[in-house]
Structures are given as structure tokens and as C-alpha cells.
Design a protein around this ligand. Structure first.
Ligand code: AHR
Length: 490
């Protein structure tokens, strides 16, 4: 069995973990909304799906277990050809939807989504259409959602049954508008000029909003250009990345590409703030991330990806990456919430928690407070790098350790939680070097399996967390292919 060492430096705070890194994302795509948030027959009730009001109860209950602080909506690429007015009030307009080439019935729109958010206990995070949409339409949406004035769109909201404003605080200035796959692609120069105008106008209407600039992947000249032009006007810079997983190693190591993207984006933000003399912080909003095999599960077929244990470890590494950069990444949205590359999967009246659900759920529940330094001395990947790892080799560290780590100390300072992902195909015995006295072990929570193991409707609990007692022994054995939380009273 491999022998490794883990060092935890409880006094070195990386940053305070913002729970917004456990945010979610709902897009009008595939079966995310219709079949996910509401029955596929919506607005007609389905005989098979038990509902709370109009919402699927199983999905609602699962989302309540995570309590994502924000949920981004309505896209995604869908945003670029959507008109919010088609989906409010009694007269809903079915439209041909060009991002995913469907007819969107618009029976589920802004108010249904905000009602769902209130039922979950999360905040809506809305994405403005900077593709086919114009500023007038965007301002009307902000007024409809947030204004308490005696004005047309605020009164329209009232006439739809919502007397009080929805108070939507977080708004994206477009989604992936740089992409040649967008309904309306724009250049970085055109986008930056537009983003400045939109940000100014939106803040005239509601100065309390938080605005997210549309960045790219965090390693592109798009990112440096738009930051340089717009930094004074925004609160966050968004980046999107999906890690691929054609092999076990790819699933486990590819999120490290995102880690480099975060570091580079942080530098670009720092430089832009310096050049434009912006004193207040601007943070990273990683508002789409996940493990995704786009060749096997293409968007036009609804991205109904079935996830295995390797993918689960990838998601756990992603979450560790955000924790390791708690000083910079304030928001991260797992794309997406249900059915579409998602940890939750529905079939008729049943809900499946996929393998990837478990790291998302466990991290959101136990990893909070201060993120502190953690380091593993263990064996490293010896290659060869293939696929996404090869394409992005320049963004990978020289060494890729098989143990991936993060650690947090809760707000009261009384609980240390070590989050460790063992990507190795063998058990690893760890010597734990923790620089503070351990009063007691609270519990060990472990999710493990073979790389290709999946949960299915026939075997829903093949991969689930196992809770066990934990002592303060310095030696811990980590199972092969496992995600483990070690919780200590300190
Ligand atoms: O999440 C699926 C798609 O991936 C989103 O619509 C888009 O923003 C991204 O490219």
C-alpha cells in the first residue's frame, strides 16, 4: 500500500469560504426545467410526479438539502435568444428557440422560477440577453423584478400577482457572447462597449445590484480585454470551463486546468484594478463548471449524462479547487441542477442521485468557514497526458499528485474538516500531520467505488456516503477511488 503524508497548516488562512461556491444553474434546455423543476407535462399535472404546488417535490427536496445560495437562470446559451416577456402573465408565447433548436412554450418563466427559488430557499441569479436582446428589454426586466415604483413594468409584475419586488441582486451581463455557436456572437470590443453602457444604465435603475462580466475561460485575451475595459463597472468576472473525462485520470486531473485558469484570472483582475485604480475587490464568478463528455452527451440531445465514480472524483476535485482559492472565487455554479449534465436525474415519478451528487452535497454541508493550507506528499501521475490533459498540458502543474486536498475550519473555530480525494487505483495509507491539537475525531464520511460504478434506477444506492467513527490516530487509510471527509473537534 502506498504511504503518503498530508500536512495541514491550520493557521494559514487562504480565505473565507463563501457558500455561494455551492450555487446552481437551471437552463431552459433538455429536461432541466420541464421534467426537472416541473413535470414534463407542465402546466398540466402529471399523474406520476408528486408536486409541491407546481414543482416536482423530489427535486425541490433534494435542492433543499444543498441549499445552493444562488441559482443561475435561464441560461446558458438559451439566454441569447430569449425574451423574458414571453414567459410572464396570462398570455404565454411559444417561441422557436435557437440555442437548442426547440419550441419553448414559455409556460415556465421568471415568476415560476423565482417562486421555485423561494421554495428551495435560494436566491435567483438572472442572466441578461446580450445576444438578440437590447438594453431597453434588459432594463424592463430589472424594473419588473426589482422596482417598487408606480411604473409600467413594476405594475405589470403587480398585475401578475407579485405586489412586492423580487429583489434580484445578482445579474449576468450576458452568457458566452464570444462563442461562434451563439445566436448572436459579438467581438470583445463590441461586448466591452455594450457592457459598460448596460452596467451604468442598470445601476441608474437599481444601484444595489451585483453585476457579472461575461469572461471566457480565464486564459484568453477576451478575459484580459473585457476586464481592462469594464472593471470599474462590475463586481465579478465570470469564467466557464467543463473538464472532460474520457479516462479515469482525465476525470480526476482535468479540473486542475481550471485551477490555473483561476490563478491567471486573478492576475488579470489584479492588473486591471491596478491600471484603472479600482480599490474595491472584483471576484471570480465561476458560473458554469462541471465534468462533461460533450461527444458522448451532446447538447442537442439534452446532455443527459450518466456519471460514474471517476466523474464523482472529478467533481470533488473541482470543489477542492474552489476551496483552495476561497480568496478569489466567491461564486461557482454547478452546471446544471437536474437532468442536463446534472447530479440529479428524473424518470417519470422517480429521482436518482447520481454519483456526482455526493461531493456536491457533502461539501455544501461540511466545508465552510476558513479555508486553510493543506498539502499532500504522495505519488504523482506519470502520464502520458491524453485528450484535454494533452491539449491543456501548459496549464497543468509539473506534478499531478494522486491525492487532492482542501481543508476548512468552521466559523466557531471548533471543527476542522479535511477533504481528500484519492484518485489512485490503490488504497493509500496517510500519515496526518496537523499543526493543532485534535480534541476528538467527530466522524469520517467516505464515498468510494470502482471507476465505472454508477447509480441507476435499478440500484439507486450503489454509491452513497458511509459515515463511520473517527479517532485522532495519525494514520488513516484512504480507499482507492474515494472521496473522504475527516471531521475533527479542535
Ligand atoms: O451548460 C450547458 C451549456 O454550456 C450552456 O448553455 C452554455 O453556457 C455552455 O457552453
Amino acid at each position: 500500500m502506498e504511504q503518503a503524508t498530508i500536512n495541514i497548516n491550520s493557521k494559514h488562512t487562504i480565505g473565507v469560504v463563501d457558500r455561494m461556491i455551492y450555487s446552481g444553474f437551471v437552463e431552459h434546455m433538455g429536461r432541466c426545467v420541464y421534467g426537472g423543476l416541473v413535470p414534463s407535462t407542465f402546466p398540466a399535472a402529471s399523474a406520476q410526479d408528486e408536486c409541491t404546488g407546481i414543482f416536482r417535490k423530489d427535486v425541490l427536496d433534494a435542492m433543499k438539502e444543498v441549499r445552493p445560495p444562488l441559482v443561475r437562470y435561464p441560461g446558458g446559451n438559451y439566454t441569447a435568444n430569449f425574451n423574458w416577456m414571453d414567459g410572464v402573465g396570462p398570455d404565454r408565447k411559444p417561441r422557436i428557440e435557437l440555442a437548442w433548436r426547440n419550441v419553448e412554450p414559455n409556460t415556465f418563466g421568471t415568476n415560476e422560477f423565482i417562486d421555485w427559488c423561494r421554495a428551495v430557499g435560494t436566491e435567483p441569479f438572472l442572466c441578461l440577453n446580450m445576444g438578440t436582446g437590447d438594453l431597453r428589454e434588459a432594463l424592463a426586466w430589472v424594473e419588473y423584478c426589482n422596482s417598487d415604483s408606480d411604473s409600467y413594468y413594476a405594475n405589470l409584475r403587480r398585475s401578475h400577482g407579485y405586489e412586492r419586488p423580487h429583489n434580484v441582486k445578482y445579474w449576468c451581463l450576458g452568457n458566452e457572447v464570444y462563442g461562434d455557436y451563439q445566436v448572436a456572437q459579438v467581438s470583445k470590443e463590441a461586448y466591452a462597449a455594450m457592457a459598460v453602457q448596460w452596467a451604468r444604465a442598470i445601476r441608474f435603475l437599481d444601484p444595489s445590484v451585483k453585476l457579472v462580466l461575461c469572461g471566457k475561460h480565464g486564459y484568453d485575451d477576451w478575459d484580459s480585454y473585457v476586464l481592462g475595459e469594464c472593471i470599474e463597472h462590475v463586481d465579478y468576472h465570470s469564467i466557464h470551463l467543463y473538464s472532460e473525462q474520457k479516462t479515469h485520470e482525465m476525470a480526476f486531473f482535468a479540473p486542475r486546468i481550471a485551477e490555473t485558469a483561476i490563478v491567471w484570472t486573478q492576475s488579470m483582475i489584479g492588473l486591471a484594478r491596478y491600471q484603472k485604480k479600482v480599490a474595491r475587490p472584483v471576484k471570480i464568478c465561476f458560473d458554469e463548471w462541471n465534468v462533461w463528455n460533450p461527444q458522448k452527451y451532446p447538447g442537442f440531445e439534452g446532455h443527459e449524462e450518466i456519471y460514474n465514480v471517476s466523474d464523482m472524483l472529478g467533481v470533488a476535485v473541482w470543489l477542492n479547487v474552489f476551496l483552495r482559492h476561497a480568496d478569489t472565487v466567491e461564486i461557482a455554479c454547478l452546471a446544471q441542477a437536474v437532468n442536463v449534465i446534472a447530479p440529479l436525474f428524473t424518470k417519470d415519478g422517480a429521482l436518482l442521485k447520481q454519483t456526482t451528487w455526493w461531493p456536491y452535497f457533502l461539501a455544501s454541508k461540511y466545508l465552510a468557514g476558513r479555508s486553510v493550507s493543506a498539502h499532500a506528499a504522495c505519488s504523482t501521475f506519470q502520464g502520458p497526458l491524453v485528450g484535454q490533459l494533452e491539449r491543456f498540458a501548459r496549464m497543468l502543474p509539473d506534478e499531478l499528485p494522486y491525492l487532492d486536498l482542501a481543508a476548512t475550519i468552521d466559523d466557531d473555530g471548533g471543527i476542522l474538516t479535511v477533504s481528500v480525494v484519492n484518485g489512485k487505483l490503490e488504497d493509500v495509507q496517510v500519515d496526518l500531520q496537523i499543526d493543532c491539537p485534535l480534541q476528538a475525531g467527530i466522524e469520517r464520511i467516505e464515498v468510494a467505488g470502482e471507476p465505472l460504478d454508477e447509480n441507476s434506477f435499478d440500484n439507486m444506492e450503489k454509491i452513497v456516503p458511509v459515515h463511520s467513527d473517527l479517532t485522532t490516530s495519525k494514520t488513516v487509510v484512504l480507499k482507492r477511488c474515494s472521496y473522504t471527509l475527516l471531521r475533527y473537534k479542535i
